[in-house]
Design a protein around this ligand. Structure first.
Ligand code: S3P
Length: 447
């Protein structure tokens, strides 16, 4: 939903240790996929632990617009799907709000059905590139017409006689990979996507769970994912793990606020998502993973994070970027409280997220008295040590939930606190963030 609610400034005050258990919400990536695959399956899919953030609610509304029944009952979410190729033509524009994942996956899911749909989103989403999805979707026979530079609003006409596709991803993007696989569901024969670097594999895992045939092999060009087209997807029960990207905020807060100890139960630790935790360990963070197990086809564990004094700056290897792409903003905050520089390379993709996250974080950190250097696909944060960050400024959220939350975590540990001009975007991915952080002991106040 592209709401125009007035900005809601919020300030974090320092000096309050964070202690207790943080029950973070369901994984955003898995939640979008569960709704979309549920809508394409025959029968009743039940989803437990779905993230009820605005991004996911917008995808639920989109699935209704394409003809699926999506409702919430006392135990969770229920989807009655229409079957592969069964999407109906929506009667109105599909508004995906702030969600790049939502719009790109839904475009893929409808691109091989002979219907027309027009997509839009909020000011942030309307700035983001869609050509990376519409170019491969055109190979199936779909046509797209959008604004200059492949921006929303955009109308997609699904292919009448889709052909299968073989595509090498030019950018490391799970959204593009997933859009192609979802389009491949209604094409005859085998659709093949090749990625040089492994990106999150929730789509592959969940497609198998719904009964599709998906194989993954390592080839000379990279990871080769092959989908056999036109399967009958069978409705499932899906258990959504808790979001490691949301868990990153209370975990990193515990690492920078003196005296903290926070437990985050049941977080998803799919290796394609866990790069931040490896990096934090290299920085010397006190993290323990307990009760490692598998739930709903995804590895999970209970994570305990403790403040242990100053961390050290590190060089994050570029090949790790895909497995922690959403965590660079909060890593930038941890890096500010570390000793020495933290160097992050191979992160050009950060420039086309909900905001240009390198530029947005450089502004936040500089305003807080931290030195940052940046180039097109790299940035360096010069750490000031555990009690060396001044803060005392108002950060711009730029319609980006992760920038808003990162600035507030910074304010929990910086000498003069930190404010953000608009906490509204946090509801896209982590609607209970403020209450959860307050329950741990954080002081957040209006203005
Ligand atoms: C996502 C993929 C990533 C990530 C986004 C969620 C997904 O985007 O940043 O938050 O669910 O597939 P890209 O595929 O554009 O890297």
């Amino acid at each position: 939903m592209s709401g125009h609610a007035s900005p809601r400034p919020l300030r974090a005050r320092p000096g309050h240790p964070l202690r207790g258990t943080a029950d973070v919400p369901g994984d955003k990536s898995v939640s979008h996929r569960a709704l979309i695959l549920g809508a394409l399956a025959v029968g009743e899919t039940r989803i437990e632990g779905l993230l009820e953030g605005q991004d996911v609610l917008d995808t639920a509304a989109a699935m209704r617009a394409f003809g699926a029944e999506v409702l919430r009952d006392g135990t969770g979410w229920v989807v009655h799907g229409v079957g592969t190729g069964g999407f109906a033509e929506p009667g109105d524009v599909i508004d995906c709000g702030n969600s790049g994942t939502g719009v790109r996956l839904v475009m893929g899911a409808m691109a091989t059905t002979p219907i027309v749909a027009t997509f839009t989103g909020d000011a942030s989403l309307r700035r983001r590139p869609m050509g990376r999805v519409t170019e491969p979707l055109a190979l199936f026979g779909a046509r797209a017409l959008g604004r200059e530079g492949g921006r929303l609003p955009m109308t997609v006409e699904g292919a009448r006689d889709p052909v299968p596709v073989r595509y090498i991803l030019p950018v490391a993007s799970a959204q593009v990979k997933s859009a192609i696989l979802l389009a491949g569901l209604n094409a005859p024969g085998e659709t093949v996507v090749i990625e040089r670097e492994a990106t999150r594999d929730h789509t592959e895992r969940m497609l198998r769970g719904f009964g599709a045939e998906v194989s993954v092999e390592e080839g000379p060009e990279g990871r080769v994912v092959t989908l056999s087209g036109q399967p009958e997807l069978r409705a499932q029960r899906v258990a959504v793990p808790r979001d490691p990207s949301s868990a990153a905020f209370p975990v990193c807060a515990a690492l920078v606020v003196p005296g903290s100890e926070v437990r985050v139960p049941r977080i998803g630790l799919n290796p394609t998502r866990a790069g931040l935790y490896e990096t934090l360990r290299e920085m010397g963070a006190d993290l323990s993973f307990e009760n490692r197990r598998e739930e709903g086809g995804e590895p999970v564990a209970d994570l305990v994070a403790r403040f242990g004094g100053a961390l050290r700056g590190v060089e994050v290897p570029p090949e790790r970027a895909a497995s922690m792409i959403d965590e660079y903003p909060i890593l930038g905050v941890v890096a500010a409280f570390a000793e020495g520089p933290t160097v992050m390379r191979g992160v050009r993709e950060l420039r086309v997220k909900e905001s240009d996250r390198i530029d947005a974080m450089a502004h936040v950190l500089r305003a807080a008295g931290v030195e940052v250097e940046e180039g097109e696909d790299w940035w360096i944060v010069h750490g000031r040590g555990a009690d060396g960050v001044r803060g005392g400024a108002v950060a711009e959220a730029r319609l980006d939930h992760r920038i808003a939350m990162s600035a507030l975590i910074l304010g929990m540990a910086a000498r003069e606190g930190m404010a953000v001009d608009d906490a509204g975007p946090i509801a896209t991915s982590f609607p209970v963030f403020e209450r959860l952080m307050a329950d741990l002991g954080a002081v957040l106040e209006p203005g």
